[in-house]
Design a protein around this ligand. Structure first.
Ligand code: FE
Ligand code: FE
Ligand code: ZN
Length: 277
């Protein structure tokens, strides 16, 4: 079963996103938990979250992905910025308990001259501070393109973070096809090889979700510029192969391509039609 959706605006609330997803043929979706650049969150609306939960159950959605603001840096050198990251993540996770069983995805962070090792240590420290034994949300580390000093370009770095977290049963990985491609993993030429490498280093059971994007740049470019499906260097055939791979089937797949709603609907329809071939 192909579970596919896209990034949606949360401006009109949770239940609205669920209906919007259904209207474009999606059975999963992603949204920002709060202003992606700032940090302010809307007032908690439990009944709206419960309405989405009921709709998702009734219409057999796959888990959805709540995305942390991308300005948050869990490994910032500045302690105040790390506190902000920790408090934001803790608040997001507390809210997500009203929508249990879904995913919370975040960009591990940028070490900015501290070195990857120090970055990994601080990210794990942040996770150790926010994870709770009883939580029902799985936190996903996103694979990064490696632009600037981003931590999490290599599978080894992600594994090192996971290993340093006590409650790692609550951790998984979200593989972004544009990011791993830009990071140097050839998912177009050798998807089986990349997944074997993921399994060897991290363990394939940690892989919980996919961000499906084409890339404006060639393999290893470390840029992170998303392209529409088929309009980048990865290509439609390779991205369709991701959605059809036996190890990835069943995972929620979210498009983060530069599209409006009708563009997303068209890409979802395309990928579903290729899936049925
Ligand atoms: Fe992301
Ligand atoms: Fe992504
Ligand atoms: Zn990206």
């Amino acid at each position: 079963m192909l579970h596919i959706g896209c990034h949606l605006s949360s401006a009109k609330g949770y239940a609205h996103m669920g209906k919007e997803a259904l209207s474009i043929g999606a059975d999963t979706f992603q949204f920002f938990t709060r202003n992606p650049r700032g940090g302010s969150a809307k007032a908690l609306d439990v009944s709206d979250m419960e309405a989405l939960g009921a709709l998702m159950a009734e219409r057999h959605f796959a888990p959805i992905i709540a995305h942390a603001p991308y300005t948050l840096n869990a490994c910032a050198a500045d302690e105040g910025l790390r506190t902000f990251a920790r408090e934001t993540m803790a608040d997001d996770l507390a809210r997500l308990e009203y929508l249990p069983g879904n995913y919370y995805n975040f960009h591990p962070g940028s070490h900015v001259k501290q070195g990857a090792e120090a970055g990994i240590e601080k990210i794990a420290e942040t996770l150790n501070a926010v994870l709770r034994p009883e939580q029902r949300t799985t936190v996903l580390l996103e694979t990064m393109a490696g632009k600037g000093s981003e931590v999490g370009r290599t599978f080894e770095e992600l594994r090192a973070i996971i290993d340093a977290v006590d409650l790692r049963d609550h951790l998984g990985v979200c593989l972004d096809t544009c990011h791993v491609w830009d990071g140097g993993y050839d998912i177009a030429g050798d998807l089986d090889g990349v997944l074997a490498e993921f399994d060897r280093v991290i363990g394939i059971s940690r892989l919980k979700a996919i961000h499906l994007n084409d890339s404006m740049n060639p393999l290893g470019a470390r840029k992170d510029r998303h392209a529409k499906i088929g309009e980048g260097h990865i290509g439609t055939a390779a991205l369709s192969a991701v959605t059809r791979h036996p190890l990835l089937r069943g995972l929620p797949i979210c498009l983060e391509t530069p599209n409006d709603l009708s563009g997303y609907a068209a890409e979802i329809a395309l990928l579903r039609s290729l899936d049925a071939d």
